[in-house]
Ligand binder design. Sequence first.
Ligand code: PLP
Length: 459
Amino acid sequence: TGLDLPRTTEAILAADGHLVQSWADLNGLKKPGARTAIVAAKGTMVRDSDGNDLIDGIGGLWCVNVGHGRREIIDAIAQQLSTLDFYSTFYTFTHPAAAALAQKLATLAPGSLNRVHFSNSGSVANDGAVRILHHYYERLGRRTKKLVLSRHGAYHGSTYLSIAMTTPPYSKGWSKAEGIVHHLKKPHYWREGADMTEAEFLDALIEDMRTQIEHLGAENIACFIGEPIMGAGGVIVPPAGYHKRVQELCAHYDIKFVADEVVTAFGRLGHFFASEAVFDTQPDMITVAKGITSGYQPLAATLMTDEIHEVISGPDGVFTHGMTYAGHPAAAAAGLANIALMEAEHIPERVRVTGKLFENTLRSLGDIDIVGEVRGSHFMMGIEFVRDKASKALFPEALNIGMLVARKAQEKGLIARPLGHILILSPPLVLTEVEIARIGSILRDSILEVMRDLPSLNR
Ligand code: PLP
C-alpha cells in the first residue's frame, strides 16, 4: 500500500498507546487484551490483528450499510480525488460532487426537505440543525425561540451542544449547554409503562410534553429533536403513533420537528428515510450521517425545508455556519456511489425481507431466562438482559452483563456492542440468511454460556 503500518498485534497496540480512544473506559483499556485491532474487512466480515475473522454485527458503528470493501465506492472516491482532491463549499465556491449529492438527497427525502447543509459528523449535523434554527428565528425577529426539547434516552452526539441533547447520564458533569436543552420522558413502554396500556402510556408521554412546553413557554422553544428509534440509548421503539402525535403537538405550538436519522436512514429500517415511510411524519429538518456513505468517508448532512431555507437565505446578512471539510469531494463521491449501489441492488427493499428475518431471529432469543426484552426493527436491534424476568430487575452494574455476552460472542466469531445491560446489533444490510442464522446461534450459545457461568443466579 506504500503505508508503513504496524502489522503485529503487539506493534499495533504499542502504537495505540498514544491514541486516545472514544467513548471508552480509558483506565480499563490499560489492561492487556482489552483492545481489539481490526486490520481488514470484506463484505460482512472483519479481520482482527490475530487473524480471526469476525462477523461485523455492528456494521462498523451502525454505518457500513452496504458492507465492507465495495469496489464501486472505493473507485468513486479514488476517481474523485484524482480529479479534484479538495475544494470547500464556503463563500461562493461549490463543486460537482457536493452539488449532485445535495440534489440526490432532496429527491429521496420526504416533503419539501429540498435543501442540504453538509458537515462531517452526526454530532455536528445536529448542532447545525439547532444553529440553523436559531439563525432562522433571529431572521424572523423571534429571538427568544432558543430552547430544545430532547428526550431521556436520546443520543445525538458528543459535541458541546449535541451531548447536552443526549440523555443526561452521558452528559452529566460535562456539558454547560444543558440550560438550552430540556428532556422529555423516554418513550419505552416495556420499562416505563407500568400499570398502563400502551395507549395510556402514549397519552402520558404527550401530556408530559404538553406540560413541559406550557412550563417553558412555546415562544422560547426552537425545536423538538428525536431519533425515530432511539439507538445508543438502548434501541427504544416508541409506541405506535408517538412521532405523529409529537409532530402534531409541535405544529400546534409552532415548534420545529427535527428527526435525527443518523442511524435510521439509508436502508436500516427498509427505506432511504424512515420518518415518512415508517413513522408517517414530515419533519422540518432531518439529520443524517453514518449510512450516507456507508462509513467509507466521514460525511453528515442537515436537511431543511424550502421554508426554512427561504428565511435563512433572505437579504439581511450572512449564513455564519460551516466546516472546512463539509461536503468534501471524496465524501460526496462516496455518498453518491453508495446511494447508487443501494438503488441498483434494491437494498432498502431487500431489508424489508432480510431485516425482518434478522429481527425475528433475534426475537426468538426472548425465551432465554435472562433475556428481558428483545426490541428494535429490521437491522436495528437491542437485547436487554435481566436478573429476573417477572420483576425486570437488572444485574448489578459492576457485572457488566452486556460485556460478558459480547466477549463470548467475539470468541465465537461475532462482534456485538455491549451497552451496560443491553447488547446492540446493527449489522451491514447485506447479510445473507445463512449469516443471520449464524448470528442467532452464536448469540444463543453466548448468552447460555454466560448464564451457566453466573453462580449468583443459582440456577
Ligand atoms: N445521532 C445519532 C442517532 C447517533 O447514533 C450518533 C452516533 O452514534 C450521532 C447522532 C452522532 O454522530 P457522530 O458520531 O457521527 O458525530
